[in-house]
Design a protein around this ligand. Structure first.
Ligand code: DCP
Ligand code: MG
Ligand code: MG
Length: 603
């Protein structure tokens, strides 16, 4: 924890970090204005259902505000141009592009919702300071209450450099993507986020540590402190702690009576503008999902239509993400007519990765694959709903919740290949999906985004708590021949993709599985994974003398000798490589990964 003192600790490097928070101005509206420049000069509102979720600054001049009812907005501004913003695809794509661009500074970037990112520029600032005269460094943009006092830890100079970097970053976002942005610069995330909107739009504000406590006391409600959610606010208010000043002044011992000791300290620190949470590099989300809410649906065929529409859209997201899903979750919100309440229920099962095919580096699902997914979805639905009785749903949701993990078999060769590939493609890693809550949930209590709306097709926002491993498939997608230093690494990937004989074998297996896709009694049998089936195909289908028939000999010969030897041993002795000749009873059980899996096609 940082010191609870609000004054600068002269002589100590008390405020070592430099954090930038960037927020896109009227995000959805800017996406629409970039698409159609005629909208730039008119007041514009982005509508979802009957709500204006955002508006351009032209409309804000008329008094149109975020989360206003459309009817009220039109009263305030009769010439308001409305654009439907229920399809989030282009907003998400723009959000990903911004995140990608921010990666180019090679600093940790944490994505927060659609239009916000934290960037920890501490190291970059240190590097810059090695090449400049400290006296020549000036602030860029606004400074919160410039006092002229210098903190001896050197944070003022570092924040000046950070403010120059923030300006550079904002300029690049504008030049390359056309978006104007706001930025907050501070020695921690809390302050950077909170000062960001002080000079909206298209500007930036820096706050120095000595003003933290005073700035925090300008917040009228504890609810405006990011990471203080509704429940904590209620508890605080019930004990007459309403404003941030109240929280600053209440003795810690009193807080500890109402909260855990850690929480009490955290609340106290936050009220003083202190926050030591790190900027965590955002990785791929844990799940990718969509939901659709409505008044009520009580007919199975209608539910099926809703799921079908959701699935189409979800498959676009999955394609953009690049990973192969292996688990599917169905969520329903049931209305309890008797209690006038509703509650959510979910069911999930594993799905076969072979439903997804990689064509020209892009993930696709054939019509047959989509039918299979719909069959699985409706099976899960049947488990959630007793169709012999009437039902009333107000929401359906679909999410892919697990993705094919990077394969790390026992083989040293596999590890050698995987490590190398991850290094080669690391620059291509992307975060393709939306993220919101973080370990410190800044979005929850942001004054600008605190209202949540139950809108159609609302995003299921996965938590980016830990940077996720990027899967083998996602990495492989990024490889171009130029990027691959050793031909052998590419060839293994090619083998996996191009082995026509294996495709045929695998297709046959798929057809036989089709027949078994009828509802099964035991939930354990929801596991539709066919990885082990395919393994069996290899073991039985291959010519195990030297090189099985499905392997391209030219490619095999291009592998290093030691790798060829190891493969030959595996092919000769499938049992020792975890490739047993399974009996039908054991075929559904997962087998250890082996190098041979890299020769398995995805069809
Ligand atoms: N959004 C939403 N529902 C809300 C709030 C916001 O769908 N209750 C969407 C629309 C916004 C986007 O999220 O464009 C980003 O939210 P911000 O709070 O950052 O608002 P804007 O970017 O639109 O405006 P500002 O210029 O104030 O940042
Ligand atoms: Mg914004
Ligand atoms: Mg925002």
């Amino acid at each position: 924890m940082e010191s609870s003192s609000s004054t600068c600790n002269y002589g100590d490097n008390e405020h070592p970090r430099s954090i930038i928070h960037i927020d896109i101005d009227c995000f959805y509206a800017q996406v629409e204005m970039l698409r159609n420049p005629e909208l730039r000069t008119v007041p514009l509102g982005i509508q979802q259902k009957n709500i204006i979720v955002t508006s351009n600054y032209e409309a804000r001049n008329y008094g149109v505000q975020k989360c206003m009812l459309v009817s009220d907005a039109l009263k305030t501004c009769p010439n308001l141009k409305l654009v439907n913003g229920e399809d989030l695809h282009d907003y998400r794509a723009a959000s990903n592009k911004i995140f990608e661009l921010l990666q180019t500074w090679k600093c940790p970037v944490e994505k927060l919702g659609m239009d916000e990112n934290f960037i920890d520029v501490t190291k970059l600032v240190e590097e810059k300071l090695k090449c400049v005269h400290i006296e020549s460094v000036t602030h860029s943009g606004h400074i919160y209450n410039e006092s002229g006092i210098e903190c001896l830890c050197g944070c003022h100079t570092r924040l000046k450099v950070a403010s120059q970097l923030a300006n550079e970053i904002r300029q690049k976002i504008y030049d390359e993507l056309g978006f104007t942005t706001c930025a907050g610069i501070a020695h921690n995330k809390l302050l950077a986020k909170l000062v960001c909107p002080l000079h909206k739009p298209n500007n930036q504000t820096t706050i120095c540590p000595e003003h933290a406590t005073e700035f925090m006391s300008t917040l009228q409600s504890v609810r405006f402190i990011p990471s203080i959610g509704l429940k904590t606010t209620e508890t605080l208010i019930s004990h007459k702690i309403i404003s941030v000043t109240d929280l600053q002044q209440v003795p810690l011992d009193i807080l500890k009576k109402h909260f855990s000791s850690d929480m009490a300290v955290r609340l106290k620190n936050l009220s003083l503008g202190e926050d030591n949470t790190p900027v965590k590099q955002t990785g791929k989300p844990q799940s990718i999902g969509l939901e659709d809410s409505f008044k009520t649906v009580s007919v199975k065929s209608e539910v099926e239509d809703k799921f079908c529409a959701l699935l189409q859209r979800l498959l676009i997201l999955v394609r953009e993400d690049g990973r192969i899903p292996v688990s599917l979750r169905v969520t329903l919100r049931k209305k309890d007519a008797k209690r006038l309440s509703s509650h959510r229920e979910s069911r999930q099962c594993q799905i076969s990765p072979s439903i997804f095919i990689i064509t020209n580096g892009s993930l696709t699902v054939t019509n047959v694959g989509q039918q299979k997914l719909m069959t699985i979805i409706m099976r899960l639905f049947n488990k959630l709903i007793d169709l012999s009785k009437p039902f009333h749903l107000t929401l359906v949701g679909l999410a892919f919740t697990k993705f094919q993990e990077r394969m790390t078999g026992r083989s040293s060769i596999v590890n050698y290949l995987m490590n190398d590939i991850s290094v080669q493609s690391v620059l291509n890693l992307q975060n393709d999906c939306d993220t919101s809550a973080s370990s410190m949930d800044y979005s929850a209590a942001s004054p600008s985004s605190s209202t949540t709306t139950d809108l159609s097709d609302a995003e299921v926002e996965p938590s980016p708590k830990k940077p996720k491993k990027v899967t083998w498939i996602a990495k492989r997608r990024c490889l171009s021949k130029e990027e691959v230093a050793s031909p052998s690494k590419l060839k293994v990937g090619e083998l996996r993709l191009n082995s026509k004989e294996l495709e045929k074998v695998s297709e046959l297996r798929l057809n036989s599985r089709d027949r078994s896709l009828t509802p099964r009694a035991s939930p354990a049998k929801d596991n539709l994974s066919d990885a082990s089936d395919t393994m069996k195909d290899i073991a039985e289908g291959g010519n195990c003398d030297d090189c099985p028939s499905y392997v391209d000999k030219e490619v095999f010969n291009a592998l290093p000798d030691e790798m060829q030897q190891e493969l030959k041993v595996m092919w000769k002795n499938p049992t020792s490589s975890g490739m047993t000749r399974s009996s039908p009873r054991t075929m559904n059980k997962a087998k250890p990964n082996t190098l041979l899996k890299y020769f398995v096609p995805h069809k």
